[in-house]
Design a protein around this ligand. Structure first.
Ligand code: CP
Length: 306
């Protein structure tokens, strides 16, 4: 069965079957990435535009690599060097690009809902590469892929997302996706960075990292997004680290080994101590590798309608 939607706008409402299909398809592409020639002709003749209105290292590079490894023609668009700086709207930008006969758009934008908006104004397949503090579906898919690769399953695991939940698109997509896959999900952080009524999404809330560490298999550690915080949410980074930083000392007190994920970029020695980021607990670089395979899977499934 093909995916239910011709766009990937978010994981809210995505079925277990569709998530499973993407993760299983990604496994085939992970194998392609181990070959001497890491390229397949699957999207030959398709043109994909990467529209990035916000900065990115991992997502942008990962999508571009995934597109090239599928033999698509790739066009990169950066807001800083475009006519957006002269006041052109998102709708006009996208409609002009669409007239050049493109098939798919991968977009990152600072506004929540931007990818959804785009899917209503142009005919190409739209993939949301992060919209404001709303969703970042391919990040959550690669996080789930990495957890499943490590544990051989998702159902029955216990995952806590810790940090700046209020400003995080990664948190929301992970909550939707993990819950659908039967994972027990919690969030942890200072009260000021936990949205009110988040329990309504079916997650537990911890305000002390020590309590979370007692019960979890995986900690998905989020970056403190100072650029999205328009007022102070905690007294200082030093105090944030003291109360919520994931350190070797804290992990050593856990009853079982805890796996660490982080979507990046990491604020070393703030939310995650540098030695833990580079330790046997950490799957951070594995996430980056798996991200290419997961994005190949999404592009393939949407681009071919399979
Ligand atoms: N994880 C993530 O979205 O990283 P970038 O902002 O570097 O793309």
């Amino acid at each position: 069965m093909p995916l239910a939607s011709r766009h990937l706008l978010g994981l809210e409402g995505m079925s277990k079957n569709d998530i499973q299909l993407i993760l299983d398809t990604a496994t085939s592409f992970r194998e392609v990435l181990e070959r001497p020639i890491k390229k397949v002709p699957t999207l030959q003749g398709k043109t994909i535009v990467n529209l990035f209105f916000e900065s990115s290292t991992r997502t942008r590079t990962s999508f571009e690599l995934a597109e090239r490894r599928l033999s698509a023609d790739v066009v990169n668009f950066s807001a800083e060097s475009s006519s957006v700086r002269k006041g052109e709207t998102l709708k006009d930008t996208a409609r002009n690009i669409e007239m050049m006969k493109i098939d798919m758009v991968v977009m990152r934008h600072a506004a929540a809902g931007a990818a959804h908006f785009l899917s209503n104004v142009i005919g190409a397949n739209i993939i949301n590469a992060g919209d404001g503090a709303h969703e970042h579906p391919t990040q959550a898919l690669l996080d789930m892929y990495t957890i499943r690769e490590k544990f051989g399953k998702l159902e029955g695991l216990n995952v806590c997302i810790i940090g700046d939940i209020a400003h995080s698109r990664v948190a929301l997509s992970n909550i939707y996706g993990l819950k659908t896959m039967g994972v027990t999900v919690s969030v942890c952080g200072p009260k000021t960075l936990i949205p009110k009524e988040i329990e309504r999404l079916g997650v537990d809330v911890f305000y002390r990292v020590e309590d979370a560490i007692k019960v979890v298999d995986v900690l998905n550690v989020l970056r403190i997004q100072l650029e999205r915080q328009n007022r102070p949410y905690f007294p200082s980074l030093r105090e944030y680290r003291q109360y919520f930083g994931i350190t070797r000392e804290r992990l050593d007190k856990a009853e079982r080994p805890i796996t660490i994920l982080h979507p990046g970029p990491v604020n070393r020695d703030v939310e995650l101590s540098a030695d833990v980021a580079d330790s046997e607990h950490s799957l951070i670089l594995q996430q980056v590798l798996n991200g290419v395979a997961v994005r190949m899977a999404v592009l393939y499934l949407l681009g071919t309608g399979k």
